[in-house]
Ligand binder design. Structure first.
Ligand code: FAD
Length: 502
C-alpha cells in the first residue's frame, strides 16, 4: 500500500492540536488531524449528543463495561456507577499502577468533558515553572489571545449572589472567610448568558441539568465550537476520527511516516495504513504524546530523541475532598456543574493551595462541600516503555501524593476548625478523605526546554513538534488548558515564521 502523503499531520484534537490545526491552515498548509475518539456532533436516538451524568449509557466512557466516575460512592454506597456496553465513549480513565488519569476522547479532546475553568496562571509561578519562556510575551500576547479564542467569560456577580444554583459556592466561600481565607472568581468557557437563560427556563438546561464529565449538550464553548470550527472553516483541514496513531518512523528523505489503526465502534481494528508528512505535530495529550515518542525512541524508530522523553510527569498536585456541613448550612439540591470560585491560598509559603469549590450535582440536598485542590508537589513520575505490551507505564507511587495530601489537609483542617465541621469519608472508597489516586490534570513527559527546545521542537528531529500538555513540567498551579493553549499559540507563531513549513 503506498503511503498517503500530506504536508502536515496533527495527532490529537485537544487544545494543542486544535491550535496547531487552525494556525497551519491559516498559513495555507493542508493539514490532516488524526483523532482516536469519535466526533460528537450528531444526536443519538434519545435526541441528545451526550448522555447525562445521572443515567450514563455507553456514550459516557471509553470502552468499559461499567462507568468509573471520580466520585465513586455516596454514603459508602455504590450508587453512582452503572453498567454500560463497551463503546468509544467521551471520558476515559487510564489506569496506571499508582495513578488513574481522566482524559477526554473525541474531536475536541479534554474540552468535551472538562469543567471549563479557564485560569491564567499566577505570573510569578509561571516564571518559576517555565523560566525559559518570555513571560512578557506570554502575558502580553499569548494568554490574552488564548482567552479570546477560547471564549472565556465570568459569571455575573449579581446573578451569582442571588441564584439558588450557586448556593453551594456561597456556603463554601463563607466558611473559607471564617478561616481567614480569600476566595476568587474563576473564569470559564461555559457561556454564562446561556446558563442564566437555563435558570430562567428559556434555554435547554445543560450545566443546570447535571451535565459535565460525560459532555455538555449545550452552553459549553468546547474546541469543536471554537478553534476546530475555525480550522475546518478554512477548507484546509481534514479530521479523521477513530484513527489511532500507533507508531512513528522517519523515511530517508526526512518525512515522517505514521502507522494508523482505524477502528470501528466496537473497538476492532478494521484497517491499518501509513500516512506520510513533512511536518508532524504531536498533540495526543501528556499520556498520548509521551507514549508515542517513548515507543519511537525505545524501538529504535527515532533513536536520537532526547533521554528526557518520559520524564517530568505529575498530575498538577490534584487532590479531591469533601466536607460535611451542619444541618443548618444546606448546600442546595440544585447545583450548577460549572465551578466559578476557588479558595486562593497559593501564596501561603508553607502550604500553597488553590482549591476550587466543586459541585455535587445529584439533585438532592447532601450538605456536602466538595473541592478540587491544586497543590504544589515537587514529586515527579517517569514513563517506562514496556516492550511486552508495547505501552508506556507510569512510574508513580501513591506515596508521591503525600505532599499534596498534607497541603490540602493543612488548608481544610483550618476550614473545619473555624466552622466546627468534619470531613466526609464516604465519597472516594476505602473510608478515605483525600482522593489521591486520580487526577484530571496530567502534565509533562516531554518537557519544554529539556525534551524539546524552548518552542516545542523535539530535540534531534527537524519537523517534529510537541504542542500539548506534555510540555508543562508537572505543575502550573491552576487548571491547565489556558496555559496549554497559549503555549501552543506561541509555538505555532514561531515555527510558521521560521521553519519553512509548506
Ligand atoms: P487533550 O485535550 O487530552 O487531547 C488529546 C487528544 O488526543 C484526545 O482527543 C485523544 O483522544 C487524542 N489521542 C491520544 N492519543 C492518540 C493517538 N495515539 N492517536 C490519535 N489520537 C490520540 N483543565 C482546565 O484547564 N480546566 C478545567 O476545568 C478542567 N477540568 C477537567 C475535568 C476533567 C473531567 C478532565 C478529564 C480534565 C479537566 N481539565 C481541565 C484538564 C484539561 O482538559 C486538559 O489539561 C487538556 O484537555 C489537555 O490538553 P491537551 O491538548 O494536552 O490534550
Amino acid at each position: 500500500e503506498p503511503a498517503g502523503y500530506v504536508p502536515a499531520v496533527v495527532v490529537g484534537s485537544g487544545y494543542g492540536g486544535a491550535v496547531a490545526a487552525l494556525r497551519l491552515a491559516e498559513a495555507g498548509v493542508s493539514t490532516l488531524v488524526l483523532e482516536m475518539g469519535r466526533a460528537w456532533d450528531a444526536p443519538s436516538s434519545d435526541g441528545k449528543v451526550f448522555c447525562s451524568t445521572a443515567s450514563p449509557d455507553r456514550r459516557s466512557m471509553w470502552f468499559r463495561t461499567r462507568t468509573a466516575a471520580p466520585l465513586a460512592s455516596f454514603l459508602w454506597l455504590d450508587v453512582v456507577n452503572r453498567d454500560i456496553s463497551p463503546y468509544p465513549g467521551v471520558l476515559d480513565r487510564v489506569d496506571h499502577p499508582g495513578m488513574s488519569v481522566y482524559v477526554g476522547r473525541g474531536v475536541g479532546g479534554g474540552s468535551l468533558v472538562n469543567g471549563g475553568m479557564a485560569v491564567t496562571p499566577d505570573r510569578a509561578y509561571f516564571r518559576e515553572v517555565l523560566p525559559q519562556v518570555d513571560a512578557d510575551a506570554m502575558y502580553g500576547t499569548w494568554f490574552p489571545l488564548a482567552n479570546r479564542m477560547l471564549g472565556v467569560n465570568t459569571v455575573a456577580p449579581d446573578w451569582f449572589e442571588s441564584t439558588e444554583w450557586y448556593q453551594f459556592t456561597r456556603v463554601s466561600r463563607a466558611q473559607a472567610a471564617r478561616a481567614g481565607l480569600a476566595t476568587t472568581f474563576v473564569p470559564n468557557v461555559y457561556d454564562f448568558g446561556h446558563m442564566q437563560r437555563e435558570a430562567a427556563g428559556t434555554a435547554t438546561k445543560s450545566a443546570l441539568a447535571q451535565e459535565v464529565i460525560y459532555g455538555n449538550n449545550f452552553g459549553k464553548r468546547s474546541l469543536d465550537r471554537t478553534y476546530l470550527a475555525a480550522a475546518l472553516g478554512t477548507g484546509k483541514v481534514t479530521i479523521e476520527t477513530l484513527s489511532r496513531v500507533r507508531a512513528i518512523r522517519r523515511d530517508p528523505d526526512g518525512s515522517y511516516v505514521l502507522t494508523v489503526a482505524q477502528t470501528d465502534l466496537t473497538g476492532a481494528v478494521v484497517a491499518t495504513r501509513e500516512v506520510g508528512c513533512g511536518a508532524l505535530f504531536l498533540a495526543a495529550g501528556s499520556l498520548g504524546t509521551t507514549e508515542l515518542l517513548l515507543r519511537a525512541r525505545e524501538t529504535g524508530a527515532l533513536p536520537d530523541l532526547s533521554p528526557a522523553v518520559g520524564k517530568g510527569w505529575a498530575g498538577n498536585g490534584n487532590i479531591m475532598l469533601g466536607r460535611a456541613n451542619h444541618l443548618w448550612n444546606p448546600t442546595g439540591a440544585r447545583q450548577s456543574t460549572i465551578p466559578v470560585m476557588g479558595i486562593n491560598d497559593w501564596n501561603n509559603a508553607a502550604n500553597p493551595v488553590f482549591a476550587e469549590i466543586a459541585p455535587l450535582p445529584i439533585g438532592l440536598e447532601t450538605w456536602v462541600s466538595l473541592y478540587l485542590a491544586i497543590t504544589r508537589n515537587p514529586e515527579r513520575g517517569t514513563f517506562v516503555y514496556d516492550p511486552a505490551t508495547d505501552a508506556a507505564v507510569l512510574n508513580w507511587s501513591r506515596s508521591q501524593n503525600q505532599p499534596s495530601v498534607a497541603a490540602a489537609k493543612s488548608l481544610f483542617d483550618r476550614v473545619n476548625r473555624a466552622n466546627a465541621t468534619i470531613y466526609r469519608y464516604d465519597l472516594f472508597g476505602g473510608n478515605r478523605v483525600f482522593a489521591d489516586d486520580f487526577c484530571y490534570h496530567p502534565l509533562g513527559g516531554c518537557v519544554l526546554g529539556s525534551a524539546t527546545d524552548a518552542y516545542g521542537r523535539a530535540n534531534g528531529y527537524d519537523g517534529l513538534y510537541v504542542v500539548d500538555g506534555s510540555l508543562v513540567p508537572g505543575s502550573i498551579g491552576v487548571n491547565p488548558f489556558v496555559t496549554i493553549t497559549a503555549l501552543a499559540e506561541r509555538t505555532m507563531a514561531r515555527v510558521l515564521a521560521q521553519d519553512g513549513i509548506t
